[in-house]
Design a binder for this molecule. Structure first.
Ligand code: DGL
Length: 263
């Protein structure tokens, strides 16, 4: 059976891999992190589409059977275009996260946090409105969260006051459900929960996309049901930096990260 291809702008997509490993332990995975061109969250739509096509072409060289777009910014900006480009099944993080949020909300008020690109695209908002037009969506870009997580600032007064500042409009909007619409945000879950309160449901798009991948593979007869999955990690730059951050995102060390220069 062929591997699943996963790509992200960098190291954050490992939060999705973590869920894939938990839910699909038999699958082989080929991961590509575009560390030479990260971050995508501040780039234009055209650029994100171009990078994504190049990343998929790289994964296709590894004969993947399925592509999981781990990056929220790519899923927001580029998914329809890249789906048109390739025959292989491709799944992104927006629809699974939006679906779960619509299911979870009781008061029909959902918050979304993500990169500037994700929020500007209104992808979550559009998807939620399509699923249930009665749901009101409040969306806020939290650009400082990605560098905080990459620097290992997961606690302390500075991060706490930035979390408070970003989430203020969402508390004001009275959301009872909040989508963590960026690969890095699951690492700030505790602080976000503390600020929003125990009654606000946090939707982890990484967890939801792994459920979706599982369902699609099962329905297409592509699910691997036995054996221990093998995992390969490629980046476009700085494999040492990727390895040093990987454990924080994946919960275990990643060795043998290979640098590739052909994307
Ligand atoms: N992976 C990106 C996302 O989920 C965050 C990092 C970036 O800006 O590239 O939107």
């Amino acid at each position: 059976m062929k591997p699943i291809g996963v790509f992200d702008s960098g190291v954050g997509g490992l939060t999705v891999v973590k869920e894939l490993l938990r839910q699909l332990p038999h699958e082989d995975i080929v991961y590509f992190g575009d560390t030479a061109r990260v971050p995508y969250g501040i780039k234009s739509k055209e650029t994100v589409i171009r990078f994504s096509i190049e990343n998929i072409l790289f994964l296709l060289k590894h004969e993947v059977k399925f592509i999981c777009v781990a990056c929220n910014t790519v899923s927001s900006f580029a998914l329809p275009e890249i789906k048109n480009h390739f025959k292989i099944p491709i799944v992104g993080v927006i629809t699974p996260g939006a679906r779960e949020a619509v299911y979870a909300t009781q008061n029909k008020r959902v918050g979304v946090i993500g990169t500037k690109g994700t929020i500007k695209s209104c992808a979550y908002e559009n998807e939620i409105k399509q699923l249930d037009p009665r749901v009101k969506v409040a969306a806020v870009a939290c650009p400082l969260f990605v560098p905080f997580v990459e620097e290992g600032w997961l606690n302390g007064n500075v991060v706490k006051s930035v979390v408070k500042y970003y989430l203020k409009p969402l508390k004001k909007a009275g959301v009872d459900t909040l989508i963590l619409g960026c690969t890095h945000y699951p690492l700030l879950k505790r602080l976000i929960k503390d600020e929003m309160g125990e009654n606000v449901a946090l939707i982890d798009s990484a967890k939801q996309v792994a459920i979706e991948v599982n369902n699609i593979l099962a329905s297409e007869g592509l699910l691997r049901k036995e054996g221990t999955g093998k995992h390969k990690f490629f980046v476009s730059d700085n494999p040492e930096w990727f390895s040093s951050l990987a454990e924080r995102f994946l919960g275990r060390p990643v060795r043998n990260v290979k640098r590739v220069s052909n994307v």
